[in-house]
Design a protein around this ligand. Structure first.
Ligand code: B12
Ligand code: SF4
Ligand code: SF4
Length: 298
């Protein structure tokens, strides 16, 4: 893996307080990386300050994900072992997952609130260029940890990262939101989006590290507590917001969502110059857009 070039002083700071060091590295990258800037004509940052939290890498919840997501979903130990081509038993006994939320800026959210059928330009850029920045964060965190002397991997960047589909629709073998849930970043919702303390309009990422970091508390009562529909039966704003009719009281139809997004490709290619630029209408102009509505009602 590529070196992150840690100075002697940085290495000392890492050893003194690894979790603080990692959090600061991620925040600093978001503040300074040119890849967290919208393409030149537009200007402005893509993401606000990240929220960084940690999960115990051998938390039993990761085994539960084999039922909740799919049997192919990797545990952190499996993800690390496969990356280093080692046996499961050769992995460190203590592992951590570093999870970050990249909140989408107000300007981008405002632009998407006006959208009715297809994503706004800023939202699309966030999907396209923002995910490139997310990959930079993934690689940087893995590099820093490797250079500090620990095994580390960003599973979403590995050749073994795979997408598949079952009767419920598309899924992967490393779900970033399930990592975020394990790290106490928030909960899932009626629309399927993950509601963090900065709301549902965000992107997220994670790295597995072969060292013990203090696990962040998971305070939500259920995996759906932050969503008003599950909290008290109210809201359902995302149902009306979805132009594809993908969301109902029964939840999110991923296949409908996926098909609708595809149907916009020609329009998006002509307008923005690329196709896979998301949608996210259900993540804007809704009460959970930029905060946790279950604790912050106004
Ligand atoms: C496949 C995929 C899709 C598919 C399927 C989405 C899905 N819900 O799984 C499609 C193409 C439809 C899609 C669409 C979008 N996506 Co997408 N997608 C992914 C991808 C690559 C994998 C997701 C995955 O593996 N899901 C696994 C399935 C099983 O998860 P799930 O069904 O949501 O989980 C449910 C169960 O676990 C259930 N549950 C039941 N019992 C229990 C018990 C426990 C203990 C727990 C924890 C959960 C649980 O709760 C969950 C919610 O219902 C991730 C990137 C990644 N590697 O994670 C991005 C990702 C999920 N997408 C993202 C985004 C932003 C979008 C879009 C907004 C498009 C855009 N960029 O504009 C839309 C939003 C659609 C929606 N309403 O959620 C973000 C999510 C941000 C957020 N706030 O949630 C991600 C994480 C990308 C990223 N790096 O940030 N996406
Ligand atoms: S819009 Fe309302 S019902 Fe839909 S996910 Fe957000 S809080 Fe839940
Ligand atoms: S559920 Fe899918 S199609 Fe519907 S608004 Fe959300 S991202 Fe768009």
């Amino acid at each position: 893996m590529k070196a992150a070039m840690l100075s002697q002083e940085a290495k000392k700071n890492f050893q003194a307080d690894p979790s603080r060091f990692i959090e600061q590295e991620i925040k600093e990258l978001a503040r300074t990386s040119p890849l967290n800037i919208m393409p030149s004509a537009e200007g402005g940052v893509i993401f606000d300050e990240p929220i960084v939290r940690f999960a115990d890498g051998v938390d039993p919840i990761f085994t539960e994900y084999k039922k909740v997501v799919a049997p192919t979903h990797l545990t952190p130990t499996e993800a690390l072992a496969q990356a280093y081509d080692k046996a499961f038993g050769d992995m460190p006994a203590r592992l951590s997952v570093i999870s970050w939320i990249l909140p989408i800026t107000e300007r981008t959210r405002r632009a998407n609130r006006r959208a009715k059928h297809a994503p706004s330009r800023f939202w699309s850029y966030t999907r396209w260029y923002g995910e490139r920045f997310n990959d930079v964060v993934r690689q940087h965190v893995a590099d820093v940890l490797t250079e500090a002397g620990y095994l580390a991997v960003a599973p979403a960047l590995q050749p073994y990262f795979k997408m598949a589909a079952n009767e419920k629709g598309p899924f992967s073998n490393w779900s970033e939101r399930h990592m975020a849930y394990a790290a106490g970043q928030g909960t899932f919702s009626l629309s399927d989006g993950f509601i963090s303390e900065r709301g549902i309009a965000h992107r997220c990422g994670s790295v597995v590290a072969g060292l013990e970091l203090p696990a962040s508390p998971r305070t939500a009562e259920t995996p759906f507590s932050n969503c008003l529909f599950y909290a008290d039966g109210s809201c359902q704003a995302c149902i009306a917001r979805c132009p594809a009719g993908s969301i109902s009281e029964q939840g999110h139809d991923k296949t409908k969502c996926f098909t609708y997004r595809r149907s916009n490709y020609a329009y998006l290619l002509e307008r923005y110059g690329f196709t896979n630029v998301g949608c996210g209408l259900c993540q804007t102009k809704v009460p959970c857009e930029f905060h946790n509505p279950a604790t912050n009602k106004f």
